[in-house]
Design a protein around this ligand. Structure first.
Ligand SMILES: CC(C)(COP(=O)(O)OP(=O)(O)OC[C@H]1O[C@@H](n2cnc3c(N)ncnc32)[C@H](O)[C@@H]1OP(=O)(O)O)[C@@H](O)C(=O)NCCC(=O)NCCS
Length: 200
């Protein structure tokens, strides 16, 4: 994927060592306030080369994110039973606050739709306030606490495009979705402009 100053390059199992070397200092910077034994345990579970390869084997995909020809960060996501799981989204400090996160989420959303996922879900540290605000701005809401420090967040992708409508003809509910729903949404506007056009 390449759009202007934002592009993604997939990372394969051969790239797990390099990715791990990048992840360790990045996590230590972002989670500087977390007790180091907890953070190091987490890194051992999640971001060693072996852990990364194991995740890849279980259907999680990693990409480096580039901006202006420079590596800006990385993301990891994959389909699971609940939908699209956004496992990691990390930018280096000087690439934050530039709108790259929005673009990354648009990519994750398009992947989710392509794979038929009805929602994107993720977990976030409860004290990672900038990230929580970022996800909320992008349509995510809090779900349930996962541990005493981790919170679930999710965004439904299909609730805006599916609408049940009662039919007095068949006595049944019809489900309108996708394009048809968009047309129904614009009908009042169309009727308003049509009535204006005939000047009644
Ligand atoms: C969370 C993140 C992915 C959002 O992407 P982004 O492109 O920076 O998104 P935004 O531009 O909307 O900025 C998000 C927040 O980061 C803040 N931010 C901007 N530049 C920053 C910087 N250099 N360092 C730290 N935070 C910064 C923004 O002010 C914003 O917070 P606000 O809501 O208080 O304004 C990105 O900031 C990031 O990589 N953060 C560190 C890693 C992280 O926490 N990942 C999420 C784990 S679940």
């Amino acid at each position: 994927m390449d759009s202007g100053d934002f592009s993604l390059v997939p990372v394969g199992p051969d790239g797990a060592e390099e990715l791990s070397e990048i992840a360790y200092p990045l996590y230590r910077e972002v989670y500087a306030h977390v007790p180091s034994d907890i953070l190091e345990d987490f890194l051992r579970m999640e971001q060693t080369p072996e852990a990364i390869r194991d995740q890849m084997g279980r259907g999680l995909n990693y990409w480096y994110i580039y901006s202006g020809g420079e590596r800006a960060g990385y993301l990891c996501c994959g389909k699971d039973d609940a939908g699209m799981y956004l496992s990691k989204l990390y930018f280096f400090k000087n690439f934050r606050g530039r709108g790259l996160g929005d673009k990354a989420l648009r990519f994750v959303e398009s992947e989710a739709r392509r794979l038929g996922c009805g929602k994107i879900h993720l977990d976030v540290n409860i004290d990672n306030h900038p990230a929580i605000r970022f996800y909320e701005r992008n349509g995510f809401s809090m779900t349930v606490p996962l541990t005493h420090v981790r919170m679930g967040m999710e965004k439904n992708l299909d609730n805006r495009s599916v609408i049940p409508v009662y039919s007095s003809v068949s006595g049944d509910y019809l489900i309108f979705s996708g394009l048809l729903y968009e047309v129904i949404q614009t009908l009042p506007e169309l009727l308003r402009s049509a009535s204006g056009a005939v000047d009644i």
